[in-house]
Design a binder for this molecule. Structure first.
Ligand SMILES: [Ca+2]
Ligand SMILES: [Ca+2]
Length: 151
């Protein structure tokens, strides 16, 4: 099947599911959100665009419940190592904001992170090596990623 046709069908199914207050095809539900875990890797910017294409955004973790849930999901379903979430400190070094300039009210940094290693780590992800706690990565690194869509 051609990619355009497949995309059209996926978006159509997504719209239908959304209309009924259910998660789009391929997304799974938790609370008032639907999540999707990538099976491929991408830079932070590519991952962000990919989520937008699916009418979602890179995941925003705003509570320890959501955090525990997603860490469990990447352990169970995840095919990758590390996973992008939707926050950066690109505007002001050390000031982390979720996409849409939303303040970070909950954090779960692993080890000594965010350590801004070599002065160039500005994008947020879950790091397997740190038991999927948070790490600041270089934005051009290629990681798996998690998209989230609010119901
Ligand atoms: Ca940084
Ligand atoms: Ca780091």
């Amino acid at each position: 099947m051609r990619l355009e046709v497949l995309s059209f069908l996926l978006l159509t199914f997504a719209s239908l599911a959304q209309a009924r207050g259910r998660c789009p095809l391929g997304f799974f539900r938790h609370g008032k959100s639907c999540y999707w875990i990538s099976t491929t890797v991408a830079s932070f910017a590519e991952a962000k665009t990919y989520c937008q294409y699916m009418q979602s955004h890179l995941a925003r973790i705003t509570s320890r419940y959501e955090d525990a849930f997603l860490r469990g999901q990447v352990r169970r379903r995840g095919k990758g190592t590390d996973y992008w979430l939707g926050a950066t400190d690109l505007n002001v070094e050390g000031v982390w904001l979720w996409e849409g300039n939303k303040a970070m009210t909950y954090t779960n940094w692993g080890g000594d992170n965010p350590n801004n290693y070599k002065g160039v780590e500005n994008c947020l992800g879950l790091r397997k090596e740190n038991n999927y706690q948070w790490n600041d990565f270089q934005c051009h690194h290629r990681l798996n990623f998690i998209c989230e869509k609010n119901l």
